[in-house]
Ligand binder design. Structure first.
Ligand code: SAM
Length: 262
């Protein structure tokens, strides 16, 4: 059976790729707007937030800076090591619990349910993404907040089409090993939304992450600054057709308050 993708061997490459790159900055900028909206609706503060498959925990670190408590879980010891270094630099270790385990083991490891779950860019690395999503949602209290970001099948398809990779598309876009940081498969957005709704998550918002940046010509034709790029992504990311073309989609909301999944 295929296993989930532990990032031990690519942890440093991953960190270099997202810190300080336009890709990482756009993601941070658009998802952060959503998280601010989500937190504005939180029933109390500080929250206990589970960052499941949290890697180096860049986004949850921002939550920690605002006083929230973070449980960072990952299969990769290397990713957790890098995360711990960043947290230590910020002097926020007392707000953290690091769990070196798979999301599949969380129900045995966590002693109480959490107020919020973040599950960002993990589903596409799992052997069974929807089972993984279910397991993460089971860690949440009734009425808890949900933030899920997944690699978008439509974005992957569109990217291949505009690159002229039609044979690859006809073959069903099989995973290409040489692109180590590229996920094995994209998730079909409607399937993710349906799964969340079936699990009684009320969806409050959806956002495309990198809706046009990755489709721009590599040879720069127009004139723009990185600030303009980020502002334009922020303007377009919640409206169609851009949302559905995002290389990732961030979907967020709330688990039904009455649900009892003890
Ligand atoms: C693309 S990274 C995303 C990291 C972080 N969530 C982010 O958004 O930057 C995917 C992470 O999922 C972790 N992972 C993969 N399978 C896992 C599993 N079954 N349980 C926990 N973590 C897992 C990998 O080790 C890696 O750190």
């Amino acid at each position: 059976m295929k296993k989930d993708r532990n990032f031990d061997d690519i942890a440093h490459k991953f960190a270099r790729n997202i810190y300080g790159s336009a890709k990482g900055d756009i993601r941070q900028a658009v998802v952060w707007q959503d998280l601010e909206n989500l937190l504005a609706r939180a029933p109390h503060s500080p929250l206990t937030v589970l960052d499941a498959g949290g890697g180096i925990g860049q986004m949850s670190l921002e939550l920690a800076k605002r006083g929230h408590h973070i449980i960072l879980c990952d299969l990769s010891e290397e990713m957790l090591k890098l995360a711990r270094q960043e947290v230590e630099k910020e002097g926020l270790l007392p707000q953290y619990q690091f769990l070196h385990c798979g999301i599949q083991d969380l129900s045995d490891t966590l002693t109480t349910k959490v107020d919020m779950v973040m599950f960002h860019a993990v589903m596409e690395w799992l052997n069974d993404p929807f089972e993984g999503l279910t397991q993460v949602l089971q860690c949440l209290k009734p009425g808890g907040l949900v933030s899920v970001m997944f690699y978008n099948h439509t974005g992957l398809l569109f990217k291949n089409l505009i690159c002229g990779n039609l044979t690859h598309v006809e073959q069903g876009m099989p995973h290409r090993k040489r692109f180590k940081l590229q996920p094995q498969k994209g998730l079909v957005p409607d399937e993710v939304y349906a799964h969340l709704q079936h699990a009684t998550v009320e969806i409050w918002g959806k956002t495309g992450v990198r809706t046009f940046h990755d489709y721009m010509q590599t040879e720069r034709l127009g004139e723009f600054t990185e600030a303009q790029l980020i502002a334009m992504e922020q303007t377009l990311c919640r409206q169609e057709p851009f949302l559905s073309l995002g290389r990732y989609i961030h979907v967020w909301g709330q688990l039904a308050p009455t649900q009892c999944n003890e």
